[in-house]
Design a protein around this ligand. Structure first.
Ligand SMILES: *[C@@H]1O[C@H](CO)[C@@H](O)[C@H](O)[C@H]1NC(C)=O
Ligand SMILES: *[C@@H]1O[C@H](CO)[C@@H](O)[C@H](O)[C@H]1NC(C)=O
Ligand SMILES: *[C@@H]1O[C@H](CO)[C@@H](O)[C@H](O)[C@H]1NC(C)=O
Ligand SMILES: *[C@@H]1O[C@H](CO)[C@@H](O)[C@H](O)[C@H]1NC(C)=O
Length: 481
């Protein structure tokens, strides 16, 4: 059944592949005297200046929002609650900053104010305020690019890509479901929107080669009026989710779905500023210039391929805001295997799906991060094809590349979720999770050493190697009545 309208189902893929998000010591238990992160103190030393996040001491309560049945009500209520709380609690601080003539940007999703070019004296005053919890720096995390194995300028149509085939997406298409009505987004390096496998599925496409980028593209720096990908990663992962290179031959799991994108990473780095700005846009998309938010244009699923060291909760509040609004987050587990306990954050949070990568012989890829992780859910959650995956690339409208990484695995799960939510829209994280969990393939190869982590072997289910197993989109779709 494909009765779902855009407003009812947007599948969001957030893709940021960050290898080493620095752990921030100050945030674990900041003593009251030390509300300033050491990273900031270092930048200010000797008369320096720093761009800083000033985190307010209070947080909005979203608990009852999650219980709302209507998806648009939920999205609007989460946005209203967060923006109203931020406006009230930031009022005095913003008056003070205005008086100082300081340039700043207010964020509602985590109740913080980003102050540009602060000096020591200003940071001291900010940290001393009772309404300020802490002052944190703007970290820059390197984009962790997957291994490019082969780039061809005009790959053209070949066949249904092996990973799409292995998870049995074609069997779902045969029932008439290719993900229509669902919108996928990524927070990544951007997307080459004119690529032949992607241009028809771009939500901003009006047909006949004309486009309207409002609500479909976000550049946190406001510099790019249309989707652009100077790296290739975002174009590749979007292709695995929704790419359609013609006829019966597909690179994407849900070629009938649409996509939107936020550029959380430039070609080499993702800054906290860009990631947080993108998180807000995902929760409530705006025009390209940031005006006229319309939360009904938010996606159902957020797919993310960025994250740093495990056990770091810095992005938890963003994930919580999406969860309250009814957006499903998918993250790659990370490419730090084969040692145990290498799953990164936010892939290790309990309310996201963290995905490991397998190869064409249904065996864990040696780079795929293993669990069990430190939060309250065994990680990874699932495995999916992620080694030697062919998809669209940024170099021309007809170019393709074969890449490897857990970033290539997560879009298979996000695509499968697009198919499930096209069939049965608006259900909970746990509902879709259960469908994937109860239908995984568990006859998988002997993984690269070690084959047990946290005392659990890869033959015991679930386990910290494969999670619940390798997903099967057709079995999951059949499982849902
Ligand atoms: C595509 O990405 C590569 C790096 O991966 C970059 O060198 C190149 O300039 C990009 N191409 C375009 C057209 O942006
Ligand atoms: C957002 O807020 C939470 C909870 O107050 C905090 O743990 C987290 O570090 C914050 N993130 C940022 C970037 O300030
Ligand atoms: C898949 O991975 C396993 C373990 O890393 C390896 O032994 C096997 O050769 C791989 N298969 C292919 C086709 O690369
Ligand atoms: C989905 O997230 C994974 C990692 O979590 C990433 O590798 C992949 O590129 C993302 N897919 C899309 C379409 O953004």
């Amino acid at each position: 059944m494909k009765t779902k309208k855009l407003s009812a189902g947007l599948l969001l893929a957030l893709i940021l592949l960050i290898s080493a998000l620095p752990m921030v010591e100050a945030k674990s238990s900041p003593p009251s005297l030390d509300k300033v992160e050491a990273f900031v103190a270092d930048q200010l030393a000797g008369g320096g200046r720093a761009n800083v996040f000033v985190k307010l001491a209070s947080d909005a309560n979203l608990r009852d929002v999650e219980g709302m049945v209507n998806r648009n009500d939920r999205l609007n209520a989460a946005h209203d609650r967060l923006t109203a709380h931020a406006a009230a609690s930031q009022k005095d601080l913003l008056v003070f900053l205005d008086k100082q003539g300081v340039e700043y940007r207010s964020f509602w999703i985590n109740n913080s104010v980003y102050v540009f070019d602060a000096d020591q004296a200003l940071v001291d005053v900010l940290a001393a305020r009772a309404d300020v919890a802490y002052v944190r720096g703007d970290h820059s995390v390197p984009l962790h690019a997957p291994v490019a194995q082969e780039i061809s300028p005009s790959g053209g149509i070949q066949a249904v890509e092996w990973g799409v085939d292995l998870i049995n997406a074609p069997d779902v298409w045969a029932t008439g479901n290719t993900g229509e009505g669902v919108v996928v987004a990524n927070i990544d390096t951007g997307v080459r929107y004119t690529h032949m496998a992607l241009r028809n599925q771009y939500r901003g496409s009006l047909g006949g080669g004309s486009y309207d980028h409002d609500y479909s593209w976000w550049d946190p720096d406001g510099a790019l009026a249309a989707p652009t990908d100077t790296n290739g990663h975002g174009t590749h992962t979007m292709g695995t989710m929704v790419g359609d290179d013609g006829g019966a031959n597909q690179i994407g799991v849900a070629p009938g779905a649409q996509w939107i994108a936020a550029q959380g990473c430039d070609s080499v780095f993702c800054t906290d500023f860009d990631l947080i700005s993108s998180a807000e846009w995902i929760a409530c998309p705006t025009r390209v210039d940031g005006s006229d938010p319309d939360c009904t244009k938010a996606p159902d699923i957020v797919n993310n391929s960025w994250g740093g060291s495990g056990g770091d909760s810095w992005y938890q509040s963003y994930v919580d805001a999406w969860a309250a609004a009814g957006i499903l987050p998918v993250f790659s587990a990370g490419n730090s295997g084969p040692s145990c306990n290498t799953v990164g954050s936010p892939g290790d949070y309990r309310n996201v799906m963290g995905i490991g990568a397998t190869n064409i012989s249904d065996t864990l890829a040696s780079f795929s991060s293993k669990g069990p992780g430190v939060f309250r859910r065994l990680k990874p959650d699932f495995s999916a094809p992620g080694e030697s995956v062919r998809s669209s690339y940024n170099t021309s409208d007809t170019s393709y590349a074969v890449l490897s990484g857990t970033s290539m695995a997560a879009p298979h799960v996000a695509g499968a979720l697009a198919l499930l939510s096209a069939d049965t829209p608006g259900r909970s994280f746990n509902y879709y999770y259960r469908a994937l969990r109860d239908t995984t393939v568990q006859t998988l190869g002997n993984p690269p050493d070690p084959d047990a982590c946290g005392g659990r072997s890869y033959t015991t289910w679930p386990n910290p190697i494969y999670g619940w197993g390798r997903i099967d989109a057709a079995a999951a779709a059949a499982y849902i009545p």
